[in-house]
Design a binder for this molecule. Structure first.
Ligand code: MOS
Length: 758
């Protein structure tokens, strides 16, 4: 039995006082689980429309220069090859792929010229009757290059000050006098950390099946943001957005790389346009390492000061971040220091470099993952310097209000996270000094912890709700489920908002023809799309109540709109619940087959101005290290997270596990290795790009800490998708120190770094 630790399933904060339900808070299993485990869920690449051709990308083997020749004759002569798309032979585009209309439009590589800007950049697309023929055709292209020296080393590139980081975040911020505070501190530490480039590799690589019909195009492709993808495609091809129909019911993971449509996906659509037949293009695993985004590398320097009793006096968090030569996404790693610990002086800043790589982009907790890896390590180092227990040190520096803005938190149950996580882990038994613990077979044992944090964001969305004569409900929203269980959670929200059971709700989602649900990103999808669904349900029940209470034949006649409550498919009088009417009867009496309403959601500027909105957590890690071989194993991870109202504890627990597992990957395994002489990645495959397997993952525990947030949004929802990676990386790094006494400041922490420090 799993105790989800959730006592409250009510909708006390729900302004839609007409409704009452108990679906929210239940650990429903995935609505689409059976389809997935039986192979009936059809992912993009599972589609084979009649007459479909296969497209295969040819990608650059150099990192910088020009393509001087392609052997088109050889490729085209191969049996089955239909055409080869090149810069000289491609459909006209209505927009320059290098135009940046707004910050959320990333520049693309769509064969616009013969330039190569990074290794693995698409340079041609071979289209053939079979996958084998297209693959062989691509091999026969035998590209010739005029290579130029590439810059791929973040430590050897020219430095400049970026105008902004992330998407529009300021690059410098200073609160208080950091220099003076550090100078007058009792204790000071300066520590520099490095994080490597990590490459997006969801189980499902980016794939597209495109079918044109005149100026209409039907597209099977995984997308975390259907409306933005639709607009980007419409703009590039010069067609109305209403002509772009994207179907994206299942994603084999997204993690940010499917947030904005990528170059290979557009190339597949271009290929279909070129040959005027349906075309499928699937990115090969090794081609994922370039054109679909990655987590950019960072170099971070933390300068922290503390007074004699362990109170922080200053935090200075400086990051060097890297973008490509042709677009601007600088990993906003310093931002995490804005809100996590109370310090009278806080400064964050950046320096930037440009590398001959694909453009980095969003990767699960972009900024917070890298930034908290460094900050949580540095906090541990300062606690050690102060001779304090790391948890006691964090409690000493607990931010009661958001430090820089001075705003109160809309809710913050971080103390409960610390307490419940520490209790479960057994933290009180931890010796203060490093190198004290050994297990029965002589392994060095270390215990470390880290604080987790992620902003509670919201975007704009709309939804449509319908109640039908048969008493069932329908909710339409162009929402995306990239595996997180969104559809399951949305059905639960819809059920409570419509006063129905989840099983009586049909949820239509995952298609761009449906109302715009915003992006499944920023851990904001449940709050955003869920709020729109909730509002649509409220509006619809209000309309239904109007029908019933104005109908002299209804048992609810005269009760008034607010005098009824919706439950189990019926409206009931509040003052006499025995008097009720079924939805179907209300509609029949009104001569209606169905009734519908729309709902909207958006971040509320007044709430954002008044409150600091963040989820929090605490992660406790145990590592065991072989004293001779220096092999590192994480043996226990306990996370405790507070993220407002939990819609579905089973799905949320799974999100926390996923984040913690990525934390293990970040801390110990994952890194792209580049040969800086050629600018090419040396481990662009699943064999050498190390990620944890089952044997690397300990038993995980995620405690869902209760947190009521009356302000963040009507349902009290914060996000859960990204937070768990943020505490875990630092916790593991700190556990490695506690086991060995060695501070490894370069990620991933591996046996090489323990054997030959520095
Ligand atoms: Mo996430 S990196 O916002 O998909």
């Amino acid at each position: 039995m799993t105790d989800y630790g959730l006592a409250d399933h009510t909708l006390a904060q729900n302004p839609a006082h007409l409704r009452q339900g108990s679906n929210i808070g239940q650990p429903n299993t995935r609505a689409e689980a059976r389809l997935k485990v039986t192979g009936q869920a059809r992912y993009a690449a599972d589609h084979h429309p009649a007459g479909m051709l296969y497209a295969v990308l040819a990608v650059s083997q150099i990192a910088k220069g020009r393509v001087t020749a392609l052997n088109l004759a050889a490729a085209k002569a191969h049996p089955g090859v239909i055409d080869v798309m090149t810069p000289a032979h491609k459909p006209a585009l209505a927009q320059d792929p290098d135009d940046k209309q707004h910050p959320f439009v990333f520049r693309l590589d769509l064969l616009q010229n013969d330039r190569v800007r990074y290794a693995n950049q698409p340079i041609a697309v071979v289209i053939a009757e079979t996958l084998e023929a297209a693959t062989e055709g691509a091999a026969l292209l035998d590209p010739q290059y005029a290579a130029e020296p590439a810059t791929t080393d973040i430590d050897r590139a020219e430095i400049f000050t970026p105008s902004h980081v992330g998407v529009g975040n300021p690059a410098t911020l200073e609160h208080g006098d950091v220099k003076a505070s550090l100078a007058s501190s009792n204790l000071q530490i300066t520590a520099s950390y490095s994080t490597p480039a990590q490459y997006h590799n969801a189980m499902e690589p980016h794939a597209v099946v495109a079918t044109w019909d005149g100026d209409n195009v039907s597209i099977e492709t995984p997308s975390q943001g259907l409306a933005m993808a639709q607009a980007r495609i419409a703009g590039l091809f010069g067609i109305p957005a209403s002509g772009v129909h994207i179907n994206s019911p299942y994603l084999g993971g997204g993690f940010g790389s499917k947030g904005l449509i990528s170059s290979p996906q557009i190339l597949g659509i271009m290929a279909a346009r070129l040959v005027n037949r349906p075309v499928k293009l699937v990115v090969r695993r090794e081609q994922m390492f370039g054109p679909v985004g990655h987590r950019g590398p960072t170099r971070q320097t933390l300068r922290l000061g503390a007074d004699a009793d362990g109170a922080l006096t200053a935090i200075d968090h400086h990051t060097r971040a890297a973008s490509s030569q042709f677009d601007d996404f600088f990993e906003p790693a310093s931002g995490v220091s804005h809100s996590l610990y109370a310090a009278p002086a806080i400064a964050t800043g950046y320096e930037a470099v440009r590398l001959d790589t694909g453009t980095p982009n969003f990767m699960r907790a972009p900024g917070e993952a890298t930034g908290s890896a460094a900050l949580e390590s540095a906090i541990d180092e300062l606690a050690e310097a102060c001779g304090m227990d790391p948890l006691a040190f964090r409690l000493k520096n607990y931010a009661e209000i958001e430090p820089i803005s001075g705003k109160p938190f809309s809710s913050k149950a971080l103390r409960d996270c610390y307490a419940q996580g520490a209790e479960r882990f057994g933290w009180a038994r931890r010796p203060l000094a490093a190198g004290q613990l050994r297990d029965a077979v002589g392994m060095q044992v270390g215990w470390g912890m880290g604080t987790a944090t992620f902003p509670a964001l919201m975007f704009a969305a709309e939804a449509r709700a319908v109640i039908r004569r048969d008493g069932t409900g329908l909710v339409e929203i162009g929402a995306q489920d990239m595996g997180q269980g969104a559809w399951t959670a949305f059905a639960q929200i819809a059920a409570d908002s419509l006063g129905l059971e989840a099983s009586a709700i049909e949820l239509r989602a995952g298609h761009s023809d449906l109302p715009d649900a915003g992006i499944a990103g920023g851990s904001a999808h449940t709050a955003t799309a869920g709020s729109a669904i909730n509002q649509a349900g409220a509006a619809l029940i209000g309309k239904l109540a109007d029908l019933a209470t104005n109908d002299p034949q209804s048992p609810l006649y005269g009760a008034g709109n607010t005098g009824v409550i919706a439950r189990a498919g019926r409206l009931h009088r509040r003052d006499d619940e025995t008097r009720s009417q079924a939805y179907g009867d209300i509609l029949a009496r009104a001569g209606r087959d169905a009734l519908d309403a729309t709902g909207q959601a958006a971040a509320d500027p007044a709430t954002q101005a008044a409150y600091a909105l963040h989820a929090h957590g605490a992660v406790f890690a145990e590592v065991k290290i072989d004293p001779d071989l220096k092999q590192i194993r994480v043996t226990r991870l306990v996370g405790a997270f507070a993220a407002g109202r939990i819609i579905n504890p089973r799905m949320v627990q799974s999100q926390y596990f996923g984040g913690m597992i990525w934390g293990v990957s970040f801390a110990l395994h994952e890194q792209a290795v580049t040969d800086h002489r050629s600018g090419r990645l040396m481990n662009a495959n699943y064999a050498e790009y190390a990620i944890p397997v089952n044997a690397d993952i300990p038993s995980l525990e995620a405690i869902l800490v209760e947190e009521h947030d009356p302000f963040v949004n009507a349902l009290g929802i914060k996000g859960v998708g990204e937070i768990a990676i943020t505490g875990t990386v630092g916790a593991i790094a700190n556990a490695v120190w506690h086991a060995t006494g060695q501070r490894v400041r370069d990620f991933p922490i591996n046996l090489h770094r323990l054997i030959s420090p520095g």
